[in-house]
Design a protein around this ligand. Sequence first.
Ligand SMILES: Cc1cc2nc3c(=O)[nH]c(=O)nc-3n(C[C@H](O)[C@H](O)[C@H](O)COP(=O)(O)OP(=O)(O)OC[C@H]3O[C@@H](n4cnc5c(N)ncnc54)[C@H](O)[C@@H]3O)c2cc1C
Length: 577
Amino acid sequence: MGHDAANQAGDSPPDVDAVVVGAGFAGLYALHRLRGLGLSVRVFERGEDVGGTWYWNRYPGARCDVESLDYSFSFSDELQQEWSWSERYATQPEILRYLNHVADRFGLRSDITFGTRVVSAVYHEPSAQWVIETDRGHRVTARHAIMAVGNLSVGRVPDFPGLDLFLGQTYHTGDWPTDGVDFTGLRVGVIGTGSSGIQAIPMIARQAAHLTVFQRTPHYTIPAQHHRLDPDWLAAFKQHYADYRRRMRVSRGGLSRDYSERRALETPPPQRHNTYEARWNFGGAEILGSFADLLTDERANSTVAEFVAGKIREIVHDPEVAGRLIPHGYPFGAKRLCVDTDYYETYNRANVALVDVTATPIEAVTPAGIRTSAGEHELDAIVFATGFDAMTGALLAMDVRGRGGLPLTQAWEAGPQTYLGVCVAGFPNLFIITGPGSPSVLSNVVLSIEQHVEWVSDLIEYLRKHDLDWAEARREAQHEWVAHVNDVASRTLFPVGNSWYLGANVPGKPRVFMPYIGGVGRYRAICDRVAAGGYTGFDLGHAGPEEAPVPDAAPVLQPVLHATDAAALADAEGAWG
Ligand SMILES: Cc1cc2nc3c(=O)[nH]c(=O)nc-3n(C[C@H](O)[C@H](O)[C@H](O)COP(=O)(O)OP(=O)(O)OC[C@H]3O[C@@H](n4cnc5c(N)ncnc54)[C@H](O)[C@@H]3O)c2cc1C
């Protein structure tokens, strides 16, 4: 189907300048930005409305774990001035209201087709057009294909034997019923204790008659120390919003978070403890910035791990349960750090039980519940908080084909290879928003989305100004980038975490460290230098018989990386700050 469709693209101009897949933060901003450049755009979204992550993840307790004032768009000062977040970490309904407001305010809905899944995107070489097909029979040609499909948008349910025999209800946190779920009086099982499980468990425990938590890997989680935002404080804060955003853009994680340059191992233990205590009480992932060596030196890392273990023992009354909740076998922060409200306290409730499925594995789902090697747990409902096929799941679920009909699945057989996390050699004019190889999930994702969308639209604008039709990452530049991403990761403790950052939660998925860990400030500096060099590492060309690329002055990336390093070292407040 897809390939034949591409052959029909022919000589006529494309139906639209750009097709955008997805209408979460990324798709909405891509639409707004590209329309602002005068491009015609069509967005396809599988869901029935805007919101992406915040449309699908309606489970009880769902919130952002980056503070609301950071986790929001900065591209429009009017928008950030008129919108008032009510809490330090906004709830899912509030974030969804915000994204609906964005869609309405900028008049975005008219260009979005909802309830429609893109099934294929095939590149037609002679016309340099993408042919996009959907599950509802659309077939649209476009010069550019913008993949705003999300890093965490394809839920994973483990393949337990007997799952279809269960007589109760099952739910995935990432595909929660729009009308919510009432667990009153029910015996509920939650499988999974990552970010979503940790947020949902305390809420479900308060409603259900009984809750059994099935835990494979205990995760580190830090109390959010939530509070409402005082309107007067907020009004004063907004006067400096623009400056605040500027600092976030050159920071390490895209956050206002304060990273200390001190080293844990050079700090006397009582002082170190006080630092951890202060950051624990402040709440959220702030604790990761306590010392500069926490994610590079295992001995430094164990000091914060021990501090958190001490907190778990203090909070959880039953020492045996506390022992099961204490993470082990991987460094603190090397798997996504969770942020919670009352998570450990929940295990002091009489109606909550914790099952360690490493010691007593789940053997099967039965009509009445879940059977582990130690016996059966009778349940009325099962909640899968089992995460996502992260970073590549949604991209590879489509039939994406580049030059010569090469499927993306084949190009990425050994793991995702990208140039700057945004382009793939062999796939001209295909742009991935927060793709593997970009800071993405290791950053404030909204800020990273803005950077990507702006950078991609600048590139598209450059092509138009220079009367060019396509841009394609060069293979050698892509190799250099992948090597750089791996090199930076290997200097930290992250790869030891064996997490979904590596694809370790999906059986058979190639192990590649996917997010770029060099910091969003540094990453931005590299992307800017690539653009300033006339798109270093890209071939740029015309459609038609003279398809050959125009000569590129600066084909390789190495000088850009060196220049960026030198600039970063010269300005300690800069990219690494
Ligand atoms: C519970 C949860 C909490 C999170 N909290 C934070 C946080 O605090 N801070 C942070 O930085 N990040 C957080 N994230 C990450 C979050 O995914 C991003 O911050 C952000 O929402 C991603 O936006 P997006 O537009 O790139 O992708 P998404 O919001 O995932 O949107 C992608 C959209 O594309 C659609 N789509 C995918 N494939 C197709 C297709 N083939 N055809 C049509 N439509 C398709 C999907 O339906 C989806 O609506 C969280 C993620 C989850 C799951």
